[in-house]
Design a protein around this ligand. Structure first.
Ligand code: NDP
Length: 399
């Protein structure tokens, strides 16, 4: 029986609130706080259990501290934006409360994805006797747990890891992103990067493309190499990995729109002066794009996110693929959100459950692959993200 404070009432925050509310034996009291309190109230109105709602500016540490002292949660689940991570971690340190998030810190003025800023809290969290669990979404999150599971159950050594994220859904809009547009476009337009033999290698944005034949009728789709933050933590904690890459599908339509927007400067995060006011083009673009929350009732099709892993077992080479398939319309029926928010919000709830039930405990700052994957994998099957594994002949797949 635990009190949990959820910060951020966007697409993911809504799923986290719904899913925590489904497990009252763990989450006995829930408070949902965000910048715009009416969004918290709208979500609370969809949920049968009573949920406290609050307004909070998560960049304001004293405000956060006051809210935490008033509500007295055992855990803060941060599903606001990556810009807020360090402020919320500071408030947790001041109040001695555990912390969980789904995305690593990014400085607002630089699209840079790395764990350094949050790993730097290790000593302070340890001294305070509290725990931070970083990246408890799907990717990062479940993909880290899939890798740890493969290492525990199927391999003696992992040599290559390819994380492959496919959204085969269609929202019928000319151009929209499935989660926060600003964060999504910053991620996609950065230079690509992958890990090989102890070094990071960079590529031009979206310049490496292959085709991958997705299972269960989804079929072949183009996948593009991107940098994704879980590569950094996984190769740090599993140094045996020789090559680690992350791939994502994009439709030609999405990429054509993105090319044009980039070409005319609309994806820039450099401030410009517009009619006497400083604006950031990417933030303006976010304001005119569809709100990802509004795509829920429109999106059809499925996501398929998984890990293709090669290595050795009992002295023999082995290949293995593990994935989850999630249906946008089924998610909407259950929690009024599409599958991208669902696949992030469910693992955030399960990560919180791991911490609050003592299955995953520690003092300091942790990534998902550092814990025993078994209890988490079991809960994925129960709470809406069942997984499938395949270790037959994968020799035809050459990424
Ligand atoms: P949204 O933009 O839909 O929601 C973000 C919410 O945070 C909004 O309600 C927003 O408030 C609130 N917020 C922003 N700034 C503040 C602030 N200063 N104080 C309080 N609240 C604030 O984003 P998503 O729900 O799509 O994404 C949430 C997080 O999940 C992001 O960090 C994203 O990177 C991460 N994510 C992780 C994935 C994974 O698999 N690991 C996949 C997808 C997303 P307002 O409504 O007022 O704007």
């Amino acid at each position: 029986m635990s009190k949990v404070l959820i910060i951020g009432a966007g697409g993911v925050g809504s799923v986290v609130a719904h899913k925590c509310a489904q497990v009252p034996e763990v989450f006995s009291d829930i408070c949902l706080a965000s910048r715009t309190v009416s969004k918290c109230e709208d979500i609370a109105a969809q949920i049968k259990r009573p949920i406290r709602t609050e307004q909070v500016d998560a960049d304001n540490v004293p405000q956060l501290v006051a809210l935490i002292r008033d509500f007295k949660p055992e855990l803060v689940i941060n599903v606001a934006l990556p810009y807020q991570d360090l402020h919320i971690m500071d408030a947790c340190l001041e109040t001695g409360v555990d912390y969980l998030d789904t995305a690593n810190y990014e400085p607002p003025d630089e699209a840079k994805f790395c764990y350094k800023w949050q790993w730097d809290y290790q000593q302070r969290f340890k001294e305070k006797g509290i725990m931070a669990l970083l990246g408890s979404g799907f990717d990062p999150g479940v993909t880290n747990v899939f890798t740890a599971w493969a290492r525990k159950k199927h391999f003696d050594e992992i040599h290559t890891l390819d994380i492959i994220d496919c959204n085969a859904g269609d929202h019928g809009q000319p151009f929209a992103t499935n989660f926060n547009p600003e964060i999504n476009i910053r991620e996609v337009t950065q230079r690509g990067k992958f890990y090989e033999n102890g070094q990071w290698r960079e590529t031009d944005p979206l310049s490496v493309c292959k085709t991958f034949d997705f299972p269960e009728g989804i079929g072949p789709k183009k996948i593009y190499l991107l940098y994704h933050e879980e590569l950094e933590s996984i190769v740090t904690h599993m140094p045996e990995i020789k090559k680690g890459r992350f791939w994502m599908t994009f439709s030609d339509n999405y990429l054509n729109h993105l090319n044009v927007l980039q070409g005319i400067g609309m994806t820039s995060i450099e401030p410009i002066n517009y009619q006497g006011q400083e604006i950031i083009p990417l933030q303006f673009l976010k304001a005119v794009l569809p709100d990802p929350g509004s795509l829920g009732p429109l999106t059809k099709g499925r996501t398929c996110i998984g890990c293709l892993i090669k290595g050795t077992k009992d002295g023999k080479d082995k290949s293995y693929y593990i994935y989850n398939i999630c249906d946008h319309e089924e998610c909407y029926r259950e929690v009024k959100s599409q599958a991208v928010s669902y696949t992030t919000g469910v693992p955030a709830m399960i990560g919180a459950m791991m911490m609050l039930t003592g299955k995953w405990r520690g003092e300091g700052v942790f990534n998902m692959e550092q814990f025993d994957p078994e209890p988490f994998m079991e809960k994925l099957n129960i709470h809406g993200l069942p997984w499938v594994e395949y270790d037959g002949d994968l020799s035809g797949i050459d990424l």
